[in-house]
Design a binder for this molecule. Structure first.
Ligand code: DC
Length: 225
């Protein structure tokens, strides 16, 4: 039996991970946060003392990188690097920019592609990222592109960081978000863009519950649940 897949793409802070997690829970599907995988690569690169923007330094590190992905008893996706659980470490602010840089390297994307596709063959999944509907799962049953104004996304990120007890500044976050959008949208390989057949949802003026309701009805209509 083939598995169902739901692809959710969009820029940082549009609500992808919160919504994807919630949808997966409602549908009984596995949630796969692909950004966490890129973040783990970025962490490994920084720890090796390499420049995340330089393919000549990053590519030789890939083969020896022991990246693990699994799920805790609470169903939360956990990332490992060798024996170490790095689920929290990859959320540090410096990792965001480094992840965006390593993700622009074609060899890094190729390295992670089969792994991501394999997950969709083994499970019913909700997978979020930047190129899921366009590159990773072009035949996904449902494709969604989430967006929101940069200011709304920066506000959400600020709240998220504050809730984790990390210090943050709105102006700096907004600046980073715009810079990351630019990098992610303008890289030559698998740039962030809406797949032609993806449904667009702008969450600027929607709360979580409203966004989730809209997406659930869309998904149920498409896959006939
Ligand atoms: O969603 P996130 O902020 O955790 O993602 C971190 C970086 O990884 C982001 O700047 C772009 C990159 N990324 C990507 O290129 N492709 C994906 N499918 C997921 C993330």
């Amino acid at each position: 039996m083939s598995h169902k897949s739901i692809a959710i793409d969009g820029p940082a802070g549009a609500g992808k991970s919160t919504l994807a997690r919630q949808l997966a829970k409602e549908l009984g599907f596995l949630y796969v946060d692909t950004g966490a995988i890129y973040r783990t690569v970025a962490l490994a690169v920084l720890r090796a003392g390499a420049d995340p923007a330089d393919p000549a330094q990053v590519v030789p590190l890939l083969e020896g990188m022991n990246i693990q992905m699994g799920y805790g008893g609470d169903g939360v996706q956990r990332m490992g690097l060798g024996p170490e659980d790095v689920t929290e470490a990859i959320r540090e602010h410096r990792i965001s920019g480094a992840a965006s840089k390593v993700s622009a390297i074609p060899a890094v994307r190729a390295f992670l592609l089969d792994y991501q596709r394999g997950l969709s063959r083994a499970h019913d999944i909700v997978m979020d990222g930047r190129d899921i509907g366009t590159v990773v799962l072009p035949n996904a049953d449902v494709k969604i592109f989430l967006t929101a104004a940069p200011e709304a996304r920066a506000r959400r990120r600020l709240l998220e960081l504050e809730q984790r007890g990390q210090e943050a500044d709105f102006g700096a976050i907004l600046h980073d978000i715009k810079e990351r959008d630019f990098q992610d949208e303008h890289r030559p390989v698998a740039p962030l863009k809406r797949a032609e057949d993806a449904a667009l949802l702008d969450t600027t003026n929607l709360n979580l519950e409203q966004s989730c309701d809209r997406l659930l009805s869309l998904i149920k209509e498409k896959i006939g649940l």
